[in-house]
Design a protein around this ligand. Structure first.
Ligand code: NAD
Length: 355
């Protein structure tokens, strides 16, 4: 039996994970899966005084995968750093040793006009960013702003050891094998020693273990141009924490709306799946949020944590068909828009029809 822990969190997190629950219940008929639900983020602060309790963390460690909604909101914004909802998110990622962040950027044909790029350029774009999540410049020590002599000086360190590079590279190659068999690795090896090591290790892993996968190296500055010039030629993009953070947002912009973007953070044992968007306090409680990002995140959960790629494909096809039929939520359309729960129902109807 595979266990899914759902942590809806705050704001629209509850609304979009409710739609995921409909999909989980559908697949329970034919697959050995069970789910439980718990408090997280602001909802957990209100009930328990902290964003992630030990009990919920233990349940997450026991589960095969965790599905998150979103956390945060004005109510908790002024709490001290350690008690904020976002702290729960960071602790969860750290404790579950989720060192690779996965962000697909797929252009659905029905929404092609939402992209800022011309249709003929963006058509067929299906990029998958694998970003190193627990190392690099965001974590390098020492880090400070201090006075040296008369001037304030700020410093951070970009450090990677070869094991950190190797494990995320393997994830990228493994994922490429499940997709179109190509990895583009981003670095700045022409200027930074640590990035030369990045390039060397990625090349070694490729040479020794993944010769069947095509490998391309690009400098990050060139990559920032190429993903806009020829987005449809990329498959998996592998990058360190900083470059991956930036390039994944650039790619997100190609695809249109925030309400459409799924993501995952995975390690060797655990996976956390969540829409890229936040808790959207401005529309929370109105049943108008777009549940597609969350439902696509659930699709990724089936593929990468439950080893059910066929369920992932079915969910993605059903979302595509729903959009092709003209159904939209308010963030991606203006006419005859559906509520959050109606969109979930339409996607579910198509899952049923296509399965
Ligand atoms: P946001 O992503 O919540 O919202 C940005 C804008 O996009 C809003 O106008 C919102 O209405 C819209 N939007 C977002 N998701 C949507 C959806 N599914 N359907 C329709 N419209 C959608 O970002 P924000 O407003 O900067 O942050 C709000 C709160 O969420 C803050 O407390 C922030 O810290 C938190 N946050 C949490 C996460 C997370 O849980 N991973 C990520 C980002 C922000």
């Amino acid at each position: 039996m595979k266990k899914i822990l759902i942590l809806p969190g705050d704001g629209i997190g509850q609304e979009v994970t409710n739609e995921c629950l409909k999909v989980i219940n559908f697949f329970k008929k034919n697959h050995k899966i069970e789910h439980s639900e718990d408090l997280f983020g602001g909802a957990s602060i209100d009930a328990n005084g902290e964003p992630l309790t030990r009990d919920v963390l233990d349940k997450a460690l026991e589960a095969d995968a965790v599905l998150l909604g979103a956390v945060g909101g004005p109510k908790w914004e002024n709490l001290e750093h350690n008690l904020k909802p976002e702290k729960g998110l960071l602790t969860l990622r750290k404790e579950l040793e989720a060192y690779a962040n996965l962000r697909p950027g797929k252009v659905f044909p029905a929404l092609i006009d939402a992209s800022t790029l011309k249709k003929n350029i963006v058509e067929g774009t299906d990029i998958f960013v694998v970003r190193e999540l627990t190392g690099g410049i965001y974590f390098g020590e020492p880090r400070y702003i201090k006075k040296i002599g008369e001037k304030r000086v700020g410093s951070n360190n970009l450090i990677y050891n070869e094991d950190e590079i190797a494990r995320v590279a393997r994830k990228a190659f493994d994922i490429a094998r499940l997709r179109n068999n190509k990895v583009t690795s981003l670095d700045k090896a022409n200027v930074l020693e640590v990035m030369q090591l990045w390039r060397d290790v990625v090349s070694e892993i490729h040479q020794n273990e993944y010769k069947d996968v095509e490998l391309e190296h690009l400098y990050i500055d060139n990559a920032a141009m190429q993903v806009i010039k020829r987005p449809s030629t990329f498959d998996v993009i592998l990058a360190g924490n900083l470059f991956g953070d930036i390039i994944s947002d650039e790619i997100a912009e190609l695809t249109g709306s925030l309400g459409m973007l799924p993501s995952a953070s995975i390690g060797d044992k655990h996976g956390i799946y969540e829409p890229v968007h936040g808790s959207a306090p401005d529309i929370a409680g109105q049943n108008i949020a777009n549940p597609i990002a969350a439902i696509l995140s659930l699709g990724m959960l089936f593929k990468y944590s439950l080893d059910l790629p066929e369920v992932h494909d079915l969910i993605e096809k059903s979302v595509s068909l729903t959009l092709d039929s003209g159904f939209r939520t308010k963030d991606i359309g203006t006419e005859n828009t559906l509520t959050c729960s109606e969109m979930g129902d339409e996607i579910l109807k198509n899952i049923d029809k296509l399965s």
